[in-house]
Ligand binder design. Structure first.
Ligand SMILES: Cc1cc2nc3c(=O)[nH]c(=O)nc-3n(C[C@H](O)[C@H](O)[C@H](O)COP(=O)(O)O)c2cc1C
Length: 161
Protein backbone atom coordinates (compact mmCIF):
# COMPACT_ATOMS: atom_id res chain seq x y z
CA UNK A 1 0.00 0.00 0.00
CA UNK A 2 1.18 3.52 -0.77
CA UNK A 3 2.40 5.35 2.35
CA UNK A 4 -0.53 7.55 3.60
CA UNK A 5 1.92 10.39 4.37
CA UNK A 6 3.14 10.36 0.75
CA UNK A 7 -0.52 10.51 -0.34
CA UNK A 8 -1.22 13.46 2.00
CA UNK A 9 1.91 15.28 0.80
CA UNK A 10 0.86 14.87 -2.84
CA UNK A 11 -2.68 16.06 -1.98
CA UNK A 12 -1.22 19.15 -0.30
CA UNK A 13 -0.06 20.26 -3.78
CA UNK A 14 -3.70 20.66 -4.84
CA UNK A 15 -5.19 24.07 -3.99
CA UNK A 16 -8.75 23.65 -2.72
CA UNK A 17 -11.49 26.13 -1.87
CA UNK A 18 -12.46 26.08 1.82
CA UNK A 19 -16.09 25.61 2.92
CA UNK A 20 -18.06 25.42 6.15
CA UNK A 21 -20.69 22.71 6.31
CA UNK A 22 -23.46 23.14 8.88
CA UNK A 23 -26.51 21.27 10.14
CA UNK A 24 -29.29 21.75 12.67
CA UNK A 25 -32.27 19.65 13.74
CA UNK A 26 -33.26 17.04 16.33
CA UNK A 27 -29.63 15.90 16.86
CA UNK A 28 -28.47 19.48 17.48
CA UNK A 29 -26.40 22.08 15.68
CA UNK A 30 -22.95 21.28 14.24
CA UNK A 31 -20.50 22.72 11.76
CA UNK A 32 -17.06 21.95 10.40
CA UNK A 33 -14.48 23.12 7.88
CA UNK A 34 -14.07 20.99 4.77
CA UNK A 35 -12.24 21.01 1.48
CA UNK A 36 -13.57 17.62 0.35
CA UNK A 37 -16.52 18.83 -1.74
CA UNK A 38 -17.56 17.92 -5.27
CA UNK A 39 -20.50 18.68 -7.49
CA UNK A 40 -22.15 15.48 -8.73
CA UNK A 41 -24.83 16.77 -11.13
CA UNK A 42 -26.93 19.83 -11.95
CA UNK A 43 -30.07 17.87 -12.89
CA UNK A 44 -31.12 17.28 -10.22
CA UNK A 45 -28.67 19.58 -8.37
CA UNK A 46 -26.59 17.19 -6.26
CA UNK A 47 -23.26 17.45 -4.43
CA UNK A 48 -21.09 15.46 -2.05
CA UNK A 49 -18.90 16.21 0.96
CA UNK A 50 -16.57 13.83 2.81
CA UNK A 51 -16.73 13.89 6.62
CA UNK A 52 -14.38 12.03 8.95
CA UNK A 53 -16.37 9.43 10.92
CA UNK A 54 -14.35 10.23 14.06
CA UNK A 55 -15.50 13.85 14.10
CA UNK A 56 -17.93 14.43 16.99
CA UNK A 57 -20.04 16.43 14.52
CA UNK A 58 -20.47 13.59 12.03
CA UNK A 59 -23.40 11.87 13.80
CA UNK A 60 -25.39 15.12 13.87
CA UNK A 61 -25.10 15.52 10.09
CA UNK A 62 -26.38 11.98 9.58
CA UNK A 63 -29.22 12.20 12.11
CA UNK A 64 -30.49 15.63 11.07
CA UNK A 65 -30.34 14.51 7.41
CA UNK A 66 -29.99 18.14 6.24
CA UNK A 67 -26.86 20.25 5.75
CA UNK A 68 -25.57 23.43 4.13
CA UNK A 69 -22.33 24.09 2.28
CA UNK A 70 -20.98 27.64 2.61
CA UNK A 71 -17.99 28.56 0.46
CA UNK A 72 -15.69 31.01 2.23
CA UNK A 73 -14.37 34.31 0.96
CA UNK A 74 -10.65 35.08 1.44
CA UNK A 75 -11.39 37.26 4.50
CA UNK A 76 -12.88 34.33 6.46
CA UNK A 77 -9.70 32.45 7.40
CA UNK A 78 -10.50 32.87 11.11
CA UNK A 79 -13.90 31.21 10.63
CA UNK A 80 -12.15 28.31 8.89
CA UNK A 81 -9.89 27.82 11.93
CA UNK A 82 -12.81 28.06 14.38
CA UNK A 83 -14.91 25.52 12.48
CA UNK A 84 -11.89 23.20 12.18
CA UNK A 85 -11.78 23.07 16.00
CA UNK A 86 -8.48 24.97 16.23
CA UNK A 87 -9.86 27.37 18.89
CA UNK A 88 -11.33 24.54 20.95
CA UNK A 89 -14.92 25.74 20.51
CA UNK A 90 -17.56 23.14 19.82
CA UNK A 91 -21.06 22.82 18.36
CA UNK A 92 -23.18 25.95 19.21
CA UNK A 93 -20.09 27.91 20.38
CA UNK A 94 -18.74 27.93 16.81
CA UNK A 95 -21.90 29.67 15.56
CA UNK A 96 -21.32 32.70 17.81
CA UNK A 97 -18.81 33.67 15.08
CA UNK A 98 -20.07 34.87 11.70
CA UNK A 99 -23.60 35.88 10.79
CA UNK A 100 -25.97 32.93 10.28
CA UNK A 101 -29.57 32.58 9.17
CA UNK A 102 -31.81 29.52 8.92
CA UNK A 103 -32.28 27.97 5.47
CA UNK A 104 -35.35 26.18 4.08
CA UNK A 105 -34.12 22.82 5.41
CA UNK A 106 -33.39 24.28 8.87
CA UNK A 107 -29.64 24.24 8.29
CA UNK A 108 -27.66 27.38 9.21
CA UNK A 109 -26.54 29.45 6.19
CA UNK A 110 -23.57 31.83 6.41
CA UNK A 111 -24.71 35.32 5.32
CA UNK A 112 -21.39 36.36 3.80
CA UNK A 113 -20.50 33.13 1.97
CA UNK A 114 -19.43 33.36 -1.69
CA UNK A 115 -22.06 30.71 -2.33
CA UNK A 116 -24.35 28.68 -0.05
CA UNK A 117 -26.10 25.42 -0.88
CA UNK A 118 -28.96 24.22 1.34
CA UNK A 119 -29.24 20.43 1.03
CA UNK A 120 -31.24 17.39 2.06
CA UNK A 121 -29.16 14.30 2.73
CA UNK A 122 -30.24 11.66 0.19
CA UNK A 123 -27.52 9.04 0.62
CA UNK A 124 -24.43 8.17 2.66
CA UNK A 125 -21.55 5.93 1.54
CA UNK A 126 -18.84 4.86 3.96
CA UNK A 127 -15.37 4.64 2.43
CA UNK A 128 -12.26 4.20 4.58
CA UNK A 129 -12.30 6.67 7.47
CA UNK A 130 -14.98 8.92 5.95
CA UNK A 131 -18.72 9.24 5.36
CA UNK A 132 -19.54 10.54 1.90
CA UNK A 133 -22.66 12.68 2.38
CA UNK A 134 -24.69 13.11 -0.80
CA UNK A 135 -27.00 16.13 -0.76
CA UNK A 136 -29.87 17.23 -3.00
CA UNK A 137 -29.57 21.02 -3.24
CA UNK A 138 -32.87 22.77 -2.49
CA UNK A 139 -31.81 26.43 -2.57
CA UNK A 140 -28.68 28.45 -3.32
CA UNK A 141 -27.51 31.95 -2.45
CA UNK A 142 -24.52 33.81 -3.89
CA UNK A 143 -22.49 36.92 -3.21
CA UNK A 144 -21.10 37.51 -6.71
CA UNK A 145 -17.89 39.25 -5.71
CA UNK A 146 -14.59 38.83 -3.87
CA UNK A 147 -11.77 36.26 -3.88
CA UNK A 148 -12.14 32.72 -2.54
CA UNK A 149 -10.31 31.27 0.49
CA UNK A 150 -7.98 28.49 -0.67
CA UNK A 151 -5.96 25.87 1.23
CA UNK A 152 -2.66 24.96 -0.45
CA UNK A 153 0.56 23.42 0.93
CA UNK A 154 -1.01 23.43 4.42
CA UNK A 155 -1.68 27.15 4.48
CA UNK A 156 -4.42 29.62 3.52
CA UNK A 157 -4.27 31.70 0.34
CA UNK A 158 -6.62 33.92 -1.64
CA UNK A 159 -7.72 33.22 -5.17
CA UNK A 160 -7.28 35.81 -7.88
CA UNK A 161 -10.45 37.93 -8.18
C1 LIG B 1 -8.48 23.55 5.60
C2 LIG B 1 -9.15 22.39 6.29
C3 LIG B 1 -9.86 21.47 5.52
C4 LIG B 1 -10.50 20.38 6.14
N1 LIG B 1 -11.22 19.50 5.36
C5 LIG B 1 -11.88 18.48 5.95
C6 LIG B 1 -12.69 17.61 5.16
O1 LIG B 1 -12.82 17.76 3.95
N2 LIG B 1 -13.35 16.61 5.81
C7 LIG B 1 -13.23 16.41 7.17
O2 LIG B 1 -13.84 15.47 7.69
N3 LIG B 1 -12.47 17.23 7.93
C8 LIG B 1 -11.81 18.26 7.35
N4 LIG B 1 -11.05 19.11 8.13
C9 LIG B 1 -10.98 18.87 9.58
C10 LIG B 1 -12.26 19.30 10.30
O3 LIG B 1 -12.60 20.66 10.03
C11 LIG B 1 -12.12 19.13 11.82
O4 LIG B 1 -11.62 17.88 12.11
C12 LIG B 1 -13.46 19.21 12.54
O5 LIG B 1 -14.19 20.29 12.13
C13 LIG B 1 -13.27 19.29 14.04
O6 LIG B 1 -14.47 19.79 14.58
P1 LIG B 1 -15.35 18.90 15.59
O7 LIG B 1 -14.35 18.19 16.46
O8 LIG B 1 -16.14 19.94 16.34
O9 LIG B 1 -16.21 18.00 14.80
C14 LIG B 1 -10.41 20.21 7.55
C15 LIG B 1 -9.70 21.14 8.31
C16 LIG B 1 -9.08 22.22 7.69
C17 LIG B 1 -8.32 23.24 8.52
Amino acid sequence: MLDPQAYRDAMSEIASPVHLIATDGPAGIAGMTVTALASISDHPPTLLVCVNRNSPSAARFLENAVFSVNSLGAEDQQLADIFAGRTNEHFAQKFSHGSWRKGLTGSPLLENALASFDCRLIDVKDVGTHHILIGRVETVARRDQGPSLLYHRRGYHRSMD
